[in-house]
Design a protein around this ligand. Structure first.
Ligand SMILES: Cc1ncc(COP(=O)(O)O)c(C=O)c1O
Length: 425
């Protein structure tokens, strides 16, 4: 039988496309919804206000006048775009200042700024590793880390999410693969909001001689006294080789960075394709990130971080009390040896089946709350989650209004569609 060489052929009967079309025509597509107002605690969507519980704007700095001014000043000074790579005509004083201040913040020798966080991961893993090496990932790692692993063509070994004993078995195998070994984990996992047990991971990497990279996308500007992330919070900053962060969450902009040893950063600057062969971040994005970083490092930073964490706890507690099955973070070893449960701004709710999750999303949306939906394959089959997340700028009244709405929606939803998973799930 002749096979088509038309690469578009598979699109015609693609299941995902068909499902999206069906969901769209039924008004049930939770994705690509248009936001019609600035990114704030309450946004306008479909012409009505919705409480935003589906952003990564953890500190609410996208609406901060100083951050907006940072973007405006950069726009005025350098124009709308740099029309070239950092390597050629795309480096400004803003990029260099930002790199210096990021390295100072992270307490590393150097830092390098990328156009997106995704590119930072792609560039770093794709450049440092090659065929013959091994990259060890947690099964919950972000897709951009997996993309870096694929690009590197190194051997990929995955260990079960947040299970150090599984990492140990994987490292034992990886150390016999014959090449270099890099372990890569998220500091805070993006969907579940739980934290990697870094002290145990560091100890294992040291025992086996593997390098360690931590993706702090959801942790910078949120965790640690300086807001330097999970590595700071867990007291392992000096023992982690590379720390990655994005500007697209607490830093209220777009872009990403890697912080680490000067020699490695210089190597990435000269060798990484995702750095060299793409245009530099637009000046407004870099100016906003720099201004946001300065707010985080000012005396106001710790107050904002305390507020977002308190909001996370309030939402977590409230959803528990309403009988939702909230994904709780597991206790983690903190400096001093005690085990503590650390709440993050991410508060996911287990729903189970995909269709139920989408219907619940729509019911909440109609009642004035925007949340994020995580369906298979982003989560295991029948492991659909409604991912909620808070901002420092959500005030108590907004969160309480959201919880009242959750209560009403849950009651009506369960009357029509049967019970949602309870706290014991
Ligand atoms: C854990 C993690 N790493 C990396 C990225 C990629 O960052 P960006 O969206 O800034 O490209 C994201 C964001 O989606 C993320 O959640």
């Amino acid at each position: 039988m002749a096979t088509s060489i038309d690469v578009f052929a598979k699109i015609h009967d693609n299941e995902r496309v068909a499902q999206a079309a069906a969901a769209r025509s039924a008004g049930l597509l939770p994705f690509f919804r248009e936001v019609q107002s600035p990114a704030r605690p309450v946004v306008e969507m479909d012409g009505a206000p919705r409480i935003m519980l589906g952003s990564n704007n953890y500190l609410g700095l996208t609406a901060d006048e100083r951050v907006m001014q940072g973007a405006r000043d950069a726009l005025e000074r350098y124009g709308t775009g740099l029309t070239g790579s950092r390597f050629l005509n795309g480096t400004t004083a803003l990029h260099l200042e930002l790199e210096d201040e990021l390295a100072d913040w992270m307490g590393t020798e150097a830092a390098i700024v990328f156009t997106t966080g995704h590119q930072a991961n792609l560039a770093t893993i794709g450049t440092l590793l090659g065929p013959g090496d091994t990259v060890v990932v947690d099964t919950g790692d972000h897709a951009s880390l997996m993309d870096g692993a694929i690009q590197s063509r190194a051997k990929l070994r995955a260990f079960r999410h947040n299970r150090p004993e599984k990492l140990e078995q994987t490292l034992a195998k990886a150390s016999r693969d014959g090449g270099g070994v890099l372990v890569v984990v998220d500091g805070v996992f993006s969907m579940e909001g739980d934290i990697a047990p870094l002290p145990e991971i560091v100890e294992l990497c040291q025992r086996y001689g593997a390098r360690l990279m931590v993706d702090e996308a959801h942790a910078v500007g949120v965790l640690g006294a300086r807001g330097a992330g999970t590595c700071e919070l867990l007291g392992v900053e000096d023992q982690v080789d590379l720390r990655m962060g994005t500007f697209s969450k607490s830093l209220a902009s777009c872009g990403g960075f890697i912080a680490g040893n000067a020699e490695v950063i210089e190597f990435l600057r000269l060798q990484s394709r995702a750095f060299l062969f793409t245009a530099s971040g637009v000046p407004a994005a870099v100016g906003a990130a720099l201004a946001a970083l300065r707010v985080i490092r000012s005396p106001e930073g710790p107050e904002l971080m305390a507020r977002v964490l308190a909001n996370g706890e309030r939402l977590n507690r409230g959803l528990h009390e309403l009988g939702f099955s909230v994904v709780d973070p597991l206790p983690i070893r903190v400096p001093g040896g005690a085990m503590e449960t650390i709440t993050t701004p991410i508060v996911p709710i287990r729903v189970g089946e995909d269709w139920k999750c989408v219907l619940l999303w729509r019911a909440l949306y109609d009642a004035g709350i925007f949340t994020n939906v995580a369906l298979h394959p982003a989560v295991p089959i029948d492991g659909a989650l409604l991912r909620t997340s808070v901002m420092a700028t959500h005030d108590v009244a907004i969160l309480d209004r959201a919880l009242d709405t959750f209560a009403t929606v849950k009651r009506e939803f369960e009357a029509e569609h049967g019970p949602l998973p309870g706290p014991e799930a």
